[in-house]
Design a protein around this ligand. Structure first.
Ligand SMILES: N[C@@H](CCC(=O)N[C@@H](CS)C(=O)NCC(=O)O)C(=O)O
Length: 178
Protein backbone atom coordinates (compact mmCIF):
# COMPACT_ATOMS: atom_id res chain seq x y z
CA UNK A 1 0.00 0.00 0.00
CA UNK A 2 1.32 3.47 -0.91
CA UNK A 3 2.02 5.63 2.17
CA UNK A 4 1.37 2.70 4.50
CA UNK A 5 3.86 4.35 6.89
CA UNK A 6 1.43 7.28 7.36
CA UNK A 7 -1.60 5.22 8.39
CA UNK A 8 -2.92 5.32 11.98
CA UNK A 9 -1.94 1.64 12.42
CA UNK A 10 1.66 2.38 11.45
CA UNK A 11 1.83 5.64 13.43
CA UNK A 12 0.75 3.74 16.50
CA UNK A 13 3.99 1.74 16.21
CA UNK A 14 6.27 4.50 14.86
CA UNK A 15 4.92 7.97 15.76
CA UNK A 16 7.13 9.78 13.20
CA UNK A 17 5.76 7.72 10.31
CA UNK A 18 9.15 6.41 9.21
CA UNK A 19 10.62 3.03 8.48
CA UNK A 20 12.12 1.00 10.00
CA UNK A 21 10.62 -0.19 13.24
CA UNK A 22 11.01 -3.56 14.93
CA UNK A 23 8.19 -5.44 16.57
CA UNK A 24 9.72 -7.97 18.94
CA UNK A 25 6.75 -9.89 20.18
CA UNK A 26 4.84 -6.68 20.88
CA UNK A 27 7.85 -4.72 22.12
CA UNK A 28 8.33 -1.87 19.63
CA UNK A 29 11.74 -0.42 18.83
CA UNK A 30 12.25 2.40 16.30
CA UNK A 31 15.25 4.43 15.08
CA UNK A 32 17.65 2.24 13.11
CA UNK A 33 20.59 2.59 15.48
CA UNK A 34 18.41 1.81 18.49
CA UNK A 35 17.15 -1.26 16.59
CA UNK A 36 20.75 -2.34 15.88
CA UNK A 37 21.70 -1.95 19.52
CA UNK A 38 18.60 -3.86 20.62
CA UNK A 39 19.32 -6.76 18.25
CA UNK A 40 22.97 -6.72 19.27
CA UNK A 41 22.11 -6.89 22.95
CA UNK A 42 19.66 -9.68 22.29
CA UNK A 43 21.25 -12.00 19.76
CA UNK A 44 24.48 -10.86 18.14
CA UNK A 45 28.08 -11.77 18.88
CA UNK A 46 29.15 -8.19 18.02
CA UNK A 47 29.52 -6.21 21.23
CA UNK A 48 27.57 -2.99 21.60
CA UNK A 49 29.72 -1.84 24.48
CA UNK A 50 33.33 -2.87 24.90
CA UNK A 51 34.88 -3.28 28.33
CA UNK A 52 33.85 -0.61 30.79
CA UNK A 53 34.72 2.08 31.59
CA UNK A 54 37.55 2.70 29.13
CA UNK A 55 35.88 1.04 26.18
CA UNK A 56 32.64 2.84 26.96
CA UNK A 57 34.44 6.17 26.87
CA UNK A 58 36.10 5.30 23.55
CA UNK A 59 32.77 4.18 22.11
CA UNK A 60 31.01 7.41 23.02
CA UNK A 61 33.92 9.43 21.64
CA UNK A 62 33.87 7.54 18.34
CA UNK A 63 30.08 7.89 18.04
CA UNK A 64 30.33 11.62 18.66
CA UNK A 65 33.08 12.00 16.05
CA UNK A 66 30.88 10.43 13.42
CA UNK A 67 27.76 12.29 14.48
CA UNK A 68 29.04 15.76 15.25
CA UNK A 69 31.59 16.42 12.60
CA UNK A 70 30.60 14.48 9.57
CA UNK A 71 27.07 13.06 9.62
CA UNK A 72 25.68 15.49 7.08
CA UNK A 73 28.62 14.98 4.72
CA UNK A 74 28.41 11.17 4.95
CA UNK A 75 24.68 11.30 4.26
CA UNK A 76 25.02 13.73 1.38
CA UNK A 77 27.68 11.59 -0.29
CA UNK A 78 25.46 8.54 0.08
CA UNK A 79 22.46 10.36 -1.42
CA UNK A 80 24.63 11.66 -4.29
CA UNK A 81 25.76 8.09 -4.90
CA UNK A 82 22.19 6.79 -5.04
CA UNK A 83 21.43 9.51 -7.62
CA UNK A 84 24.60 8.68 -9.55
CA UNK A 85 23.55 5.03 -9.72
CA UNK A 86 20.29 6.31 -11.24
CA UNK A 87 22.24 8.38 -13.77
CA UNK A 88 22.13 11.83 -12.15
CA UNK A 89 25.54 13.40 -11.55
CA UNK A 90 26.06 15.81 -8.64
CA UNK A 91 27.79 19.18 -8.86
CA UNK A 92 31.54 18.48 -8.62
CA UNK A 93 32.19 21.49 -6.37
CA UNK A 94 29.60 20.21 -3.87
CA UNK A 95 31.12 16.73 -3.85
CA UNK A 96 34.63 18.15 -3.44
CA UNK A 97 33.53 20.22 -0.48
CA UNK A 98 31.83 17.24 1.19
CA UNK A 99 34.92 15.09 0.62
CA UNK A 100 37.11 17.80 2.16
CA UNK A 101 34.96 17.70 5.31
CA UNK A 102 35.22 13.92 5.47
CA UNK A 103 38.93 14.00 4.70
CA UNK A 104 39.47 16.13 7.79
CA UNK A 105 37.51 13.67 9.91
CA UNK A 106 39.46 10.74 8.46
CA UNK A 107 42.72 12.46 9.32
CA UNK A 108 41.65 12.06 12.95
CA UNK A 109 40.41 8.52 12.38
CA UNK A 110 43.84 7.58 11.05
CA UNK A 111 45.44 8.59 14.34
CA UNK A 112 42.83 6.67 16.33
CA UNK A 113 43.13 3.61 14.09
CA UNK A 114 46.91 3.77 14.40
CA UNK A 115 46.48 3.02 18.10
CA UNK A 116 43.96 0.20 17.84
CA UNK A 117 42.26 -1.98 15.27
CA UNK A 118 38.79 -0.40 15.49
CA UNK A 119 37.39 3.00 16.44
CA UNK A 120 36.60 2.22 20.07
CA UNK A 121 39.47 -0.19 20.74
CA UNK A 122 40.61 -3.54 19.39
CA UNK A 123 37.08 -4.93 19.51
CA UNK A 124 34.76 -4.44 16.57
CA UNK A 125 31.63 -2.56 17.68
CA UNK A 126 28.47 -1.16 16.16
CA UNK A 127 30.27 2.17 15.90
CA UNK A 128 32.48 0.66 13.20
CA UNK A 129 29.60 -1.15 11.52
CA UNK A 130 27.45 2.01 11.37
CA UNK A 131 30.04 3.47 9.00
CA UNK A 132 29.70 0.75 6.36
CA UNK A 133 26.66 2.14 4.50
CA UNK A 134 28.52 5.46 4.15
CA UNK A 135 32.15 4.55 3.51
CA UNK A 136 31.24 2.02 0.86
CA UNK A 137 29.88 4.78 -1.40
CA UNK A 138 32.82 7.18 -1.23
CA UNK A 139 34.80 5.42 -3.96
CA UNK A 140 31.87 5.73 -6.34
CA UNK A 141 32.48 9.48 -6.39
CA UNK A 142 36.06 8.95 -7.53
CA UNK A 143 37.62 9.94 -4.19
CA UNK A 144 40.55 8.12 -2.57
CA UNK A 145 39.97 9.43 0.97
CA UNK A 146 39.11 5.95 2.27
CA UNK A 147 42.30 4.36 0.97
CA UNK A 148 45.03 7.00 0.95
CA UNK A 149 45.93 6.67 4.66
CA UNK A 150 47.39 3.43 5.97
CA UNK A 151 45.25 2.87 9.07
CA UNK A 152 41.96 4.11 7.63
CA UNK A 153 42.56 1.93 4.54
CA UNK A 154 43.15 -1.16 6.70
CA UNK A 155 39.94 -0.49 8.70
CA UNK A 156 37.93 0.32 5.56
CA UNK A 157 39.10 -2.81 3.71
CA UNK A 158 38.24 -4.97 6.71
CA UNK A 159 34.73 -3.51 7.02
CA UNK A 160 33.70 -3.67 3.36
CA UNK A 161 34.97 -7.25 3.09
CA UNK A 162 32.70 -8.49 5.89
CA UNK A 163 30.57 -11.41 4.68
CA UNK A 164 27.37 -9.80 6.01
CA UNK A 165 27.99 -6.65 3.96
CA UNK A 166 28.91 -8.65 0.83
CA UNK A 167 25.71 -10.63 1.31
CA UNK A 168 23.72 -7.41 1.47
CA UNK A 169 25.43 -5.87 -1.56
CA UNK A 170 24.93 -9.07 -3.51
CA UNK A 171 21.21 -9.05 -2.71
CA UNK A 172 19.78 -10.57 0.45
CA UNK A 173 18.16 -13.93 -0.22
CA UNK A 174 17.40 -15.00 3.33
CA UNK A 175 17.77 -13.67 6.85
CA UNK A 176 19.90 -16.72 7.69
CA UNK A 177 22.70 -15.48 5.42
CA UNK A 178 23.26 -12.53 7.72
N1 LIG B 1 16.31 8.40 12.14
C1 LIG B 1 15.53 7.39 11.47
C2 LIG B 1 15.39 7.78 10.02
C3 LIG B 1 14.52 6.84 9.25
C4 LIG B 1 14.20 7.36 7.87
O1 LIG B 1 14.73 8.38 7.42
N2 LIG B 1 13.32 6.62 7.16
C5 LIG B 1 12.94 7.03 5.84
C6 LIG B 1 13.21 5.93 4.84
S1 LIG B 1 14.89 5.46 4.82
C7 LIG B 1 11.42 7.25 5.84
O2 LIG B 1 10.69 6.48 6.41
N3 LIG B 1 10.99 8.31 5.16
C8 LIG B 1 9.61 8.60 5.02
C9 LIG B 1 9.19 9.85 5.72
O3 LIG B 1 10.00 10.46 6.46
O4 LIG B 1 8.03 10.23 5.54
C10 LIG B 1 16.21 6.02 11.61
O5 LIG B 1 17.44 5.99 11.69
O6 LIG B 1 15.51 5.00 11.67
Amino acid sequence: MIKAHKTPEFLEKQPLGQVPYLDDDGFIVYESRAICRYITAKVSRIRAHPDRPRGERALRAADALRADRATLAWRSIRMASYRKIMGVEADKAVIDSLMATLDKTLEGYDVILGKHRCLAGDTLTLTDLFHIPYISYVGLQGSDIMTKRLNVARWYNELVARPSWLTYVGGVKSALEY
